[in-house]
Design a protein around this ligand. Sequence first.
Ligand SMILES: Cc1cc2nc3c(=O)[nH]c(=O)nc-3n(C[C@H](O)[C@H](O)[C@H](O)COP(=O)(O)OP(=O)(O)OC[C@H]3O[C@@H](n4cnc5c(N)ncnc54)[C@H](O)[C@@H]3O)c2cc1C
Length: 489
Amino acid sequence: MKFKFPGLEPLLALTSDFLSVGDNNVTHMDLEEPKNKMFGGPREPDEEKIFVSGLYAADVLHNLALLEFCKEQSPEIAFPLQFVMVILSSHKLSGIIEDCCCDYKTVDTLNNQVLHLLLQDLVRTPFFRYFKTRLWCDCPFWPDDGMCRLRDCSVCECPDNEFPKIFKVPAGHLPTDDLTCQEGKPQAIVDRTLDKKAFRGWMETDNPWTYDDERDNSEMTYVNLLLNPERYTGYTGPSAQRIWDTIYQKHSLKDLPGDASPERRVLYKLISGLHSSISVHIARDYLLDEGKNLWGPNPTLLYERVLKHPDRVRNLYFTFLFVLRAVTKAGDYLSQAEYSTDNSLEHQNTLALVNQLVNNNRLRSACPVPYDEAKMWKGENGRELKSQIQSQFRNISALMDCVGCEKCRLWGKLQILGLGTALKILFSEDSNDPVEQLGQVQLQRNEVIALINLLNRLSESVQAVHSLAPEAEKVVKDGQITALSLQSV
Ligand SMILES: Cc1cc2nc3c(=O)[nH]c(=O)nc-3n(C[C@H](O)[C@H](O)[C@H](O)COP(=O)(O)OP(=O)(O)OC[C@H]3O[C@@H](n4cnc5c(N)ncnc54)[C@H](O)[C@@H]3O)c2cc1C
């Protein structure tokens, strides 16, 4: 098949800024070979149609065919061209987001104009600002190997008088000077009672997807998330590496074979999307000068860790839509819930914001079903696979106690709980009827706080990728041009 690639001439013109190859007469190429390489064999007619429709053309051509072709035709342009291709393919993703029902452009527009602002307001409300968690517990898998070197790594807990009275645990609140995990205490019923009184409509229910973090309420502490932003902490090296390796390797999530089930791929994409989002937050709020305590974006880091890898950007968008779908699917439940804090005006305000989010007309018309969960678990071994993946996800959730940096652990736990809540909403197993399933889902207050805060984190990351990409690419391009000119000296 011969395919005319309209982007090739401008690409070559761009490349000719570096080398004199502008008059290279390359406008057609044979796509059979690169296409087969990319997809592992010829495709079905439908996929063929999609392939040539142009949705994937940019990716395929930028990443494979063009490079291969040009290497053969003209080896001297391969390097600058590869660089230009990486840049072009890194943020200009187009077409439908894989396994989802909306395209990249729509998601960017909706996020910039509607979702981002709403979510920013929502996570600032007293209800969504306080997250209950256990910060001090030991890793169930290996001894503590904390590598944190910055004070920015530790979490600032709420002083007792800060959060709404109604949130307070009447007894057994962990003293701030007791930094050890207190194992073996009997189940505390105190906080459960308080939850029922304080949050009418919120239940204590199990989440089959997550490791139960609320076994002993006396070990739980409230954290004001606004005082503990997710950003660069200095947590790096073998400790952090071990967590990510364990997640990806032990659970065989990476380099999935061609015949891996779609469900396994979804689990990988969710973890990878979350990983991208964490990296984006590190890059967008980085400690640029420790001496001067100067914080700001680090475009090179953003590029190296995320933008340079189109699959990581794609997984970020996928995860955003997956969680967004869970929030809208639980819309009826969320719009009838109780958001009481000390102040009834705050409840009204929070409820109004939740309603604007879950019943948003623009979202409904532009992207009515961000992700279609109905396709999952349909195979012969659907049930078995579901319980396997559920147990994998529970293990990943337990691994968060091994994160050797307090602030990273806080956000790791919150976001994994948020993902677990999305999985619970989308794949509630009580019934086969999706309408009934939704009616039966019961959420804990902390799950809803985690879900909305996770959606906000993902929305921030999608926005940062969209808005910081040009700058990041320029910084990298300038660096490359300098490197190229040094090479040619
Ligand atoms: C749960 C958790 C939360 C964390 N939170 C913070 C935080 O708030 N602040 C902070 O400064 N640090 C945080 N860290 C550490 C941070 O994620 C990195 O591990 C650290 O900055 C070192 O980065 P790195 O470049 O070595 O690569 P890492 O990000 O550690 O990645 C390890 C390897 O995973 C692969 N990989 C990277 N990204 C993806 C992706 N999106 N999809 C698939 N594979 C990928 C690559 O092969 C890479 O070499 C956290 C770590 C964990 C485990």
